[in-house]
Design a protein around this ligand. Sequence first.
Ligand SMILES: C[S@@+](CC[C@H](N)C(=O)[O-])C[C@H]1O[C@@H](n2cnc3c(N)ncnc32)[C@H](O)[C@@H]1O
Length: 307
Amino acid sequence: MTITTVGTSAADIEHHYDLGNDFYALWLDETLAYTAAKWDGIPREEPDATALPRAQRAKLDHHLDLVGARPGDRLRLLDVGCGWGAMLAHAGRDGQGGRDGRVAEAVGLTISPAQHAFLTARALPGVEPRLESWEDHRPDRPYDAVVAMGAFEHFATAGMTRAERLGGYARYFEACHRWLRPGGRTSLQTIAYDGVADGSGPVGEFVGSDIFPSARLPRLSEIAAACDPYFSVVALTASAEDYARTLACWSARLLRAREAAERLVGPEGYRRYRRYLRASEVTFLRGAATLYRIGFRRRDEPLRLPV
Ligand SMILES: C[S@@+](CC[C@H](N)C(=O)[O-])C[C@H]1O[C@@H](n2cnc3c(N)ncnc32)[C@H](O)[C@@H]1O
């Protein structure tokens, strides 16, 4: 089976996620969300055992709000880069005839075989997990909404020129436009460079080479240029703090689970992840990178913009 990606290759994704679902489950929370949580109003003194899942669910609800999914709407949703199914489980939890169901059916795309196997075994009602890149996705019916959290970071690689990155990002928004019904909405949560021009420097090199080989983050100006023909931006927030706090939480949880983690991935694997989580936290605290959450409304007809 071929997986098409202009960005992070399927082999590099496998390198990251195939450390094993059990390893990630040790330090993520019960939702298994592997992207920044949303911490507004959650007190610092609340223990992470309750605070982290609460903040993760607040993030998932925020994305459902961004795509206009209200209780009872029973939408058809696409989750691009669905991970272990945090959104798929959350959105549809009351979906099967329940009063509060915002989503009745959902498709989740991942290019990690380990995640796909996990989701298939999870057998969430109304959910179709697919081992497929967004570039190969050809749905037989339109979606009402598309969400993508933590996947856009993989849609370009370090060796690309700005023009190549913009081309790849524009193809993504063009695909979202094609997948959505008229008036449909999409949301994006992505890390982006902020106070530095690119990922050069020790932190970027470590995360890029050791953890996500050849990763290349976007800048806001690139996202804006790529989406403009297809979507109108309806909401945008930036919060480096949300990622820094999430990473601090994951780091503390991994520290507490050290013995079990070393059994699963060995002492070197454990150390590498502790360093990666800490280095990433520092990247956000220093303002080198930030986190955007963006809501978009589909334009009826793509705009032809002057070049
Ligand atoms: C950091 S995880 C985020 C998972 C999930 N959205 C969450 O919030 O927990 C990134 C996800 O993006 C997926 N991904 C990366 N490149 C992709 C591509 N070209 N097409 C579809 N999914 C992709 C990975 O397989 C993985 O599931």
